[in-house]
Structures are given as structure tokens and as C-alpha cells.
Design a protein around this ligand. Structure first.
Ligand SMILES: [Fe+2]
Length: 164
């Protein structure tokens, strides 16, 4: 299942963008990721003592209803891509767009048609403040980014209680 929310956390999204780009430019090495040539924070992003991060965490909690979640920010520049993968051992996952890039480059999801079971790709349009949530096991990927402005996303995984 996939759900889409618009205009999430817009009040502090510029502050969030500056914070993430600041971390990226500071030279902190990328946390290991399947993302090809992209940059990733560690997976405790939501523990940051930063007003915009705390506010977003609260907004996301109100939307997804889970308090036990981890997350990270990602910066993709021209040529980056994230190969097809799925999130496992989670209750729900989400991708929040601080900036979908220019041209906007949404994450694409592989789904099955209800009637035929045939595969189809869903590519929900994204703008700053869009949140897409998706169920455990849904295959997804980010196509090669062709733009010049950094594409900035925050990923969240609502964890099962037995998943520390
Ligand atoms: Fe993912």
C-alpha cells in the first residue's frame, strides 16, 4: 500500500534543507548505502538536536502514528541513483521530499495490477513537503538523477518493537 501526503512540514523546510546541505558540505562521510554516488547521514537523523528535525519528527509521527522510527537524510546529485530494493522488518516506511530535485525525480514503486497481477510502476509526483509512505516489502528505486540542484530526501522506517 502507498499513501501520499502533501505540504508536510513546510514551515521549517528551508531550515531543514540548510541543515542537511550543511552536513553534506561539511565533509562527513556518507553512511554505507546502496545509493550509487549519493550521500547519506547516519540512521539516527531524527535524534538530532535541531528545531526543524524535531518539528518534522512530530509531524511525521502525527501522520504515520508510530513513534518508534529511525531515519536518515539523503543527498543525490547529478548521476546518482538508488537501485531497486525493499525495506524489511518494518511496520511502514516513508520518503519525505525536502527537494525532489530539478527536474523532480520521484522514487518509483513496483506494484501489481489488481485485476491481472501484471507489474506496473507508480511514480507519485513529488514537491517539497510531499511524504510517500509504503508498506513493508514494496520494491522501489530512484532513477538516475539528471538535474543539477541537489535532490534531498528523508527516509523513515517505523520499526517493529523487536527491531531496535
Ligand atoms: Fe528505500
Amino acid at each position: 500500500m502507498i499513501s501520499k501526503y502533501e505540504n508536510v512540514g513546510l514551515e521549517l523546510i528551508d531550515s531543514l534543507r540548510e541543515y542537511i546541505l550543511g552536513l553534506w558540505k561539511s565533509g562527513v562521510p556518507s553512511y554505507p548505502s546502496m545509493n550509487v554516488d549519493g550521500w547519506k547521514t547516519d540512521e539516527q537523523f531524527f535524534e538530532a538536536d535541531h528545531l526543524a528535525v524535531k518539528a518534522l519528527k512530530h509531524d511525521l509521527y502525527q501522520l504515520v502514528g508510530y513513534v518508534n522510527f529511525s531515519g536518515w537524510a539523503m543527498v543525490n546529485t547529478q548521476g546518482c541513483q538508488h537501485p531497486r530494493h525493499q525495506h524489511t522488518n518494518v511496520l511502514l516506511s516513508g520518503v519525505y521530499y525536502v527537494d525532489p530535485g530539478d527536474p523532480p525525480t520521484p522514487t518509483e514503486f513496483d506494484l501489481e495490477e489488481f485485476d491481472t497481477g501484471r507489474a506496473r510502476v507508480l511514480s507519485p509526483l513529488a514537491s517539497p513537503g510531499t511524504l510517500i509512505t509504503f508498506s513493508e516489502g514494496v520494491w522501489h528505486y530512484v532513477p538516475v538523477y539528471r538535474g543539477t540542484r541537489p535532490r534531498i530526501t528523508i527516509v523513515l522506517n517505523a520499526k517493529r518493537q523487536d527491531n531496535p
